[in-house]
Design a protein around this ligand. Structure first.
Ligand code: CP3
Length: 355
């Protein structure tokens, strides 16, 4: 395997010195890029794009070709490939986001839930990882990812996104045993899935807990965080000790201290948390990734510059910060605004890394 030409992202995850603050963006390959829309059209639809390793490789590399200042790439796929492989029947209704043909509602279906055979049912993702690693030729590290068991379960039980989570919360409060069964099975599936991605060559992993913030304080500590912890410790036991990990709970700013204890190298922050305050709380234990509000990219270049600088100022001197958005880039973003963000990060951050 080619050695990496730029490993600043991995160094920052380990809180080692870098000459500037490395940066990448959640959903950096996506609909705001005309070249992405063209490739998706070629594939037919989003899911066919995910399932075609050649085209998934193509779109993974698109943002890197357009923006040479990016310090990391992320596998092009989706967190919902796992429940799809568990037999729930994922589809994307045009303009409506993800849905499942067979949501998990009845006890009998929940008891029958099976861990997928990753090497077979998710072969297309693992093939994409190998192809992307080859195509990158060591330019930047490749991030692999999965959804957290809780976040996957919200889609599995609700049957779609964009709900108020009442179906799954009712299950949590009336039949916690059923929800724990779903979470346990999904934890095993995600562990095997991430292990396979690591074997195929990803350089770091990220666990997206996009809906952890919908839980109560007690609920987060019972239904989300412990399962993330199990995944990370099982991966370590399986021999993946050197692979750095990031966990990202959207809306999870109140639980940073708990998150810092589960064995991840870094915590992802959404835009509601002040990164300087987060650093004071947990910066001695973990690196921090974030946290520009993606909506700022819809504003003027001067506003983008100002906001980027204020985040870098707030984090302050020293390493352990990976610049990112606080959530995925929106499809309405003018691609030139990303140039402004990246250039500001690269130029303005160097003062914080002087010896
Ligand atoms: O970051 C990257 O560039 C990697 C690719 C990636 C996608 N989805 C591609 C995608 C990653 C890491 C994800 C993760 C994902 N998927 C999450 C966790 C992160 C987050 O955003 O909170 C979630 C919750 C999903 C589920 C999902 N997939 C939703 C809710 C949607 C619809 C929302 C939307 O933006 O339309 C998707 C579709 C999706 N996943 C798209 C992309 C590029 C857009 C689909 C399209 O091209 O039409």
């Amino acid at each position: 395997m080619a050695t990496l030409q730029n490993n600043y992202f991995l160094k920052a995850l380990r809180r080692e010195p870098t000459p500037y603050t490395p940066v990448w963006m959640m959903r950096q390959a996506g609909r705001y890029l005309p070249e992405y829309r063209a490739t998706r059209k070629k594939a037919g639809d989003f899911l066919s794009l995910c399932k075609n390793p050649d085209l998934a490789t193509e779109v993974t590399l698109q943002p890197l070709d357009r923006y040479p200042l990016l310090d990391a790439s992320i596998l092009f796929s989706d967190i919902l490939t796992v429940p799809d492989a568990m037999g729930l029947g994922l589809y994307f209704a045009e303009g409506e986001g993800p849905k499942f043909e067979r949501p998990l509602r009845e006890e009998i279906d929940i008891q029958k839930l099976k861990i997928p055979d990753v090497a077979y049912d998710l072969k297309y993702v693992i093939d994409a990882v190998s192809q992307i690693k080859k195509a990158l030729q060591g330019r930047v590290p490749l991030i692999g990812f999965a959804g957290s068991p809780w976040t996957l379960a919200t889609y599995m039980v609700e049957g779609q996104g964009g709900t108020d989570f009442l179906t799954i919360k009712k299950m949590a409060y009336t039949r916690p045993d059923l929800l724990h069964h779903i979470l346990k099975t999904t934890t095993e599936a995600v562990t095997q899935y991430l292990h396979a991605q690591i074997e195929a060559g990803v350089d770091a992993i990220m666990i997206f807990d996009s809906w952890g913030g919908a839980l109560s304080h007690q609920g987060y500590l019972e239904f989300s965080l412990p399962y993330i912890k199990v995944i990370l410790s099982n991966l370590k036991m399986m021999g993946n000790k050197k692979i750095p990990s990031i966990i990202f709970t959207k809306g999870g700013g109140l639980w940073l201290q708990d998150q810092a204890e589960v064995g991840a190298h870094a915590l992802g922050l959404d835009w509601q948390t002040d990164i300087g305050m987060a650093r004071q709380k947990v910066g001695h234990q973990v690196a921090l990734q974030g946290n520009l509000d993606p909506a700022i990219l819809l504003s003027k270049p001067e506003a983008v510059e100002k906001e980027v600088k204020s985040i870098l100022d707030s984090y302050g001197q020293g390493s352990g910060h990976i610049f990112n958005l606080g959530h995925g880039i929106t499809e309405h973003t003018p691609p030139e605004q990303v140039d402004v963000m990246l250039k500001t990060v690269r130029e303005y951050s160097q003062q914080f890394h002087m010896k």
